[in-house]
Structures are given as C-alpha cells and as structure tokens.
Design a protein. Structure first.
Length: 153
C-alpha cells in the first residue's frame, strides 16, 4: 500500500529444481591365489571391501543402497549394506580365454548393479565391477632317491 492507500499487486515466482543423483561406477580387485586351491590359500585376498557411498553426488541424504538382481555371481558373492559398504568374496577360480594363469589382472570378471535412493525418493543405478588377479601355479623341484630294490615313499 502506498501513501494515499493504493494497492499494488505483483507476482513472485520461485522455481525449485531437484538436484537429482549422480553415481560413478566402483571397481574392486581380488586375488585368485587366496582361494583354497590357489597358490597362497592362507591369504585373505580373496575378499575385498569398499563403499559406493563416496561415488554418489547430488540429491539429499541420507542415502540407502540396495542390489538390483542377484548377489551371487559366476565366481563369487557380493554383500551390499544399506549404508553403501560392500564386500565381495571370490569363491571360484577364473578359467577362460582371458585367464591365462599368469600374474595378469582379468578385468570385469563380475559386475553387480545397485540402486541408490536419497531422502526425497530420487533413485539412480550404478555398477560394482570386480577384477581378479589370476594366480600362477608354482612348480617346485622335488628330488628323491631310493636304493635298488627298495620301495620309494
């Protein structure tokens, strides 16, 4: 209202946009040598842990995470917790054209899709990819001797 009582009307428009979510893929590596049949079965390297929460941006927290599909792959099992932490355990050796039983890393052996959800219900899917360091069998020189006519044990 102005000094002599006249009213003036105006419109104020405020536009809000949802920032949405963005997520980068996660990549983890396990070592085949740590399997019970591997070249170093005492090693704990057949299991890898990580978090996908640090790959997420945008949206509004808190965030929750869940697998889309099976947690059991061809060579192991993934556990994804609601807070984004995960562990993958290799349970079977990698045998195939790319696996040459060398000290190479075989990329993209397994992949698991997960969904992230923010506090506003926005969702996005992304992938955890597992690479495997293929172990090398170790040959050891063995010798034994036996006297003529005796039985070797």
């Amino acid at each position: 209202m102005d000094g002599d009582g006249d009213l003036s009307t105006t419109t104020l428009t405020i536009t809000l946009s949802d920032s949405g979510l963005a997520a980068a893929n996660d990549d983890a590596t396990v070592n085949e040598a740590a399997l019970a049949i591997g070249s170093n079965p005492a090693s704990p390297a057949e299991t890898v842990t990580g978090t996908v929460a640090d790959n997420l941006s945008g949206g509004s927290g808190p965030y929750t995470f869940a697998l889309v599909g099976s947690a059991t792959g061809s060579h192991g099992t993934l556990t994804l917790n609601a807070d984004g932490t995960y562990s993958y355990t290799l349970t079977a050796p990698v045998d195939g054209a790319d696996a040459d039983n060398g000290t190479n890393t075989v990329d993209n052996v397994e992949s698991f899709t997960y969904q992230a959800t923010d506090a506003n219900g926005n969702t996005i899917t992304s992938t955890i990819t597992i690479d495997v360091v293929d172990d090398v069998p170790t040959a050891n020189a063995d010798t034994n001797s036996v006297a003529e006519g005796a039985i070797a044990t």
